[in-house]
Design a binder for this molecule. Structure first.
Ligand SMILES: Cc1cc2nc3c(=O)[nH]c(=O)nc-3n(C[C@H](O)[C@H](O)[C@H](O)COP(=O)(O)OP(=O)(O)OC[C@H]3O[C@@H](n4cnc5c(N)ncnc54)[C@H](O)[C@@H]3O)c2cc1C
Length: 458
């Protein structure tokens, strides 16, 4: 029996059994087949069935609901949109870009509404998002970020610069010089959210066939070892696993993000550092970290730094990289010197997916019936919900305020074949890390990471 609990602290904490639901029993016809039972697939099933209870929908999942990034992530339900606003402005105009960002802001509140209404134990806490400035260079970047948001018309209700003392009132992080803050951000327990949502979808009458791998996608068909599922619309919701599907090898690259989780920390620690608002926070370095305070008083901390694997290969072995996860543990000591001795009870990881132009997209090709959503990089917790409501409108053939936004039907070009892909992605990841080191050493902004971002088109 596969032990799904070892794949993340969140899956480990889900109450009850993680016994797979029954697999598909044979060939079948439906209106919509959804491949992948992560947030994208589950939210899509949820909104479609709510909108039209007569629709025949099936979800096909190779493992169990929440097995992928949705059951393993940092629990940041936030509103960073991967993709250049300037690029989108060229094709869709300025107002559409602003509308898209505002719709993503609203998504955080939409998720709160649904988890409350449906009784999902998401452990949702609307504390906002802090991006800290831990060095003078990062402070410059924080100020520039606020100016940038103002240039797009976002005001103090959306993004604000906080002083070092204002941060200390929220959370005492060593050496913090200031931060940007947005109220549009929340912390949640991703596996409880995904598993709870799967139960809701189930109860609505949408079967989720688990342990059902899709081996091939064709117009109006999802092929499995148990038979083909024929449908008007086939939704590909496979994110970082997409390159494993024939014909989709170069759609996205999987990039590993790794995490640690501490034991529940003592009251004395929390009395010292505060953080009672459970804001999610990171800082302005290039190779990011992301921290969150769990409802049961642990800290979950994640970061990049793991290599990209040749041929976009995925493996459970890549989810634990001692050098990266030890560095994360040391980082906790730097952020919170009063933490003292503590145990890291969980180490895990998963892959995020990036498109060649780093632009997230959602769409439907009416001619083939193929729909997709993804390439969220590390920002899919809220964006999957936004994508699902957009897919609902596209599939139902309704023109709404969502269906005209810039990311809809955006096509990213394919990644390069190997070995160029391996060389390029790893060079970019290394350059990000060394840009951070160089900044720490010189105290001056590094041009290297900006250059890398431009090179990959991000
Ligand atoms: C470690 C980590 C930390 C992250 N932190 C954050 C964060 O804090 N905030 C944030 O916004 N985002 C974060 N992300 C990204 C976020 O988790 C993802 O963008 C989001 O969960 C994607 O959801 P999804 O449903 O599209 O993909 P997934 O959750 O990966 O679901 C895809 C599903 O498809 C199934 N599948 C794949 N191939 C097949 C097949 N051939 N047949 C059948 N089923 C298949 C998989 O088993 C899986 O269950 C993080 C990701 C990782 C890995």
């Amino acid at each position: 029996m596969t032990d799904y609990r070892v794949r993340s602290m969140w899956l480990d904490g889900v109450p009850g059994e993680l016994t797979p639901r029954p697999s598909l029993s044979g060939p079948t016809d439906v209106d919509v087949v959804i491949v992948g039972a992560g947030f994208t697939g589950l939210w899509t099933a949820y909104y479609l069935k709510k909108a039209d209870p007569h629709l025949r929908i099936a979800v096909l999942e190779r493992e169990i609901a929440g097995f992928g990034a949705s059951g393993r992530n940092g629990g940041w339900c936030h509103t960073t949109f991967p993709g250049s606003r300037e690029l989108a402005e060229k094709t869709h105009g300025r107002q559409a870009v602003i509308d898209q960002q505002r719709a993503l802001h609203q998504t955080v509140y939409e998720i709160r509404r649904v988890v409350q209404e449906e009784g999902i134990d998401a452990r949702f806490s609307l504390g906002g998002q802090l991006d800290l400035a831990l060095t003078p260079v990062q402070l410059l970047r924080a100020r520039a970020a606020i100016e940038y948001e103002r240039s797009w018309g976002f005001g103090e209700d959306d993004y604000v610069l906080l002083s070092a003392s204002e941060i200390r009132e929220r959370v005492k992080v060593a050496g913090c010089l200031g931060a940007t803050y947005t109220p549009h951000g929340a912390a949640l327990d991703p596996a409880r959210t995904a598993r709870g949502l799967a139960e809701v979808v189930d109860k609505l009458g949408v079967p989720i066939y688990e342990r059902t791998p899709v081996t091939r996608l064709e117009p109006h068909v999802a092929a499995t070892p148990f038979g083909d599922v024929r449908a008007d619309v086939v939704v590909r919701a496979t994110e970082a696993f997409t390159p494993e599907l024939p014909g989709h090898e170069r759609d996205v690259v999987p990039i590993y993000s790794l995490m640690i989780g501490t034991e529940p920390l003592p009251k004395a620690f929390w009395d010292e550092v505060g953080w009672s608002g459970r804001e999610v926070f990171g800082d302005y370095r290039f190779l990011i970290f992301y921290a969150m305070h769990t409802e049961d008083d642990r800290i979950a901390l994640g970061g990049r730094g793991a290599p990209y694997h040749y041929g976009s290969k995925l493996s459970e072995d890549y989810e634990r990289v001692p050098a990266v996860q030890d560095r994360l543990k040391a980082l906790l000591g730097e952020l919170f010197p009063s933490i003292g001795e503590f145990e890291v009870t969980h180490r895990w990881g998963g892959a995020v997916a990036a498109a060649r132009d780093w632009y997230t997209s959602v769409g439907l090709d009416r001619a083939t019936g193929m729909a997709w959503a993804g390439a969220y990089v590390g920002d899919g917790v809220s964006t999957t919900n936004f994508a699902a409501r957009t897919l609902r409108d596209l599939i139902l053939g309704q023109e709404t305020e969502l269906t005209g936004l810039p990311w809809v039907n955006h096509r990213s070009k394919q990644w390069e074949p190997e070995p160029l892909r391996w060389i390029g992605v790893n060079a970019a990841l290394t350059a990000m890390g060394s840009a951070d080191d160089a900044e720490l050493k010189t105290g001056r902004p590094s041009k290297r990471a900006t250059y890398v971002k431009r090179m990959i088109g991000a």
